[in-house]
Design a protein around this ligand. Structure first.
Ligand code: ZN
Length: 226
C-alpha cells in the first residue's frame, strides 16, 4: 500500500495508517439535505486503510462500480495516542494533527443497502474511497475550535464546514468512538460532512482550504479525471 501519513511540512508520521473511523451525520444541514433525521448519538462506520489515497493526486470518477461517486469534504483528525473509554478531555489531547479528507461514497448503492437494512461498507470502503491531505501539527493551530474548511469546484464554493457547527463536538465525538473501538496512533477520524455534497464530475478542479479565519493552514488542489 503506497499511502503514507505525513505532516504538512513533509515530515512522516511515526506510525502507518490504521483504520479510518467516520461519523455519518455530524452537521444538521447535511442530514437535512439527504432527508435523514438528526441522530441523538453519532452514527459510526469504518473505512479500511486500503481506501486511503493522497488527496493531491488526481481523482478518478470511475470507481469501477458503474455509478457516480459522490464527494463529502470532511475535517480529518490524526490520532497520536491510544484511546479506549476516555473522557472528552483525554481524547482531545490525543489528536496529533488536523487535515482534510474526502469520504467518497457510492450513494445509489448505499441507499439500496440502507433500504434493505444491510451494512453499507461496500459503498464507502472501496479502494480510493478516502483521499487524505497531509496533517497540520496541532501545535500549529492554537484555536482549533475556530477552524473552518471549504471545497470549491471550478472556482465555485460548494462546501463550507465550521468546527463549532458540528452536532457532536470533536472531544465528545472521540470519547464516544473510544467506547466502541480502541483508537490507536495512526488511526484517522473523519468528522462528518457539511451540506453541499454532490457528484464528482470529470475534468473538474477541486480546491480545498483549511483555516481559522486568521491563518490559512492548508490548501490542496486536485483534478478529477475519467
Ligand atoms: Zn461522510
Amino acid at each position: 500500500m503506497s499511502f503514507k501519513l505525513q505532516f504538512a511540512d513533509g515530515q512522516a508520521f511515526t506510525q502507518p495508517l490504521g483504520k479510518i473511523v467516520c461519523v455519518g451525520r455530524n452537521y444538521a444541514e447535511h442530514a437535512k439535505e439527504l432527508n435523514n433525521p438528526v441522530p441523538s448519538a453519532p452514527l459510526l462506520f469504518i473505512k479500511p486503510a486500503t481506501s486511503a489515497v493522497e488527496l493531491g493526486k488526481p481523482l478518478r470518477v470511475n470507481s469501477g462500480h458503474g455509478e457516480p461517486v459522490h464527494f463529502e469534504t470532511e475535517l480529518a483528525l490524526l490520532i497520536g495516542e491510544p484511546l479506549s473509554h476516555v473522557s472528552p478531555e483525554q481524547a482531545e489531547r490525543a489528536v496529533a494533527g488536523i487535515g482534510l479528507g474526502l469520504d467518497l461514497t457510492l450513494r445509489e448503492l448505499q441507499s439500496q443497502l440502507k433500504e434493505k437494512g444491510h451494512p453499507w461498507e461496500v459503498a464507502k470502503g472501496f479502494d480510493g474511497a478516502c483521499p487524505l491531505s497531509p496533517f497540520v501539527a496541532l501545535e500549529a493551530i492554537p484555536d482549533w475550535p475556530a477552524l473552518s474548511f471549504t471545497l470549491s469546484i471550478n472556482g465555485t464554493l460548494r462546501q463550507h464546514g465550521v468546527v463549532s457547527e458540528m452536532l457532536f463536538p470533536i472531544p465528545q465525538l472521540l470519547a464516544e468512538m473510544s467506547r466502541h473501538f480502541t483508537l490507536l496512533p495512526g488511526d484517522v477520524v473523519l468528522t462528518g460532512t457539511p451540506a453541499g455534497v454532490g457528484v464528482l464530475e470529470p475534468d473538474s478542479e477541486l480546491a480545498f482550504t483549511l483555516g481559522d479565519g486568521q491563518t490559512s493552514h492548508l490548501k490542496v488542489t486536485t483534478r478529477v479525471t475519467e
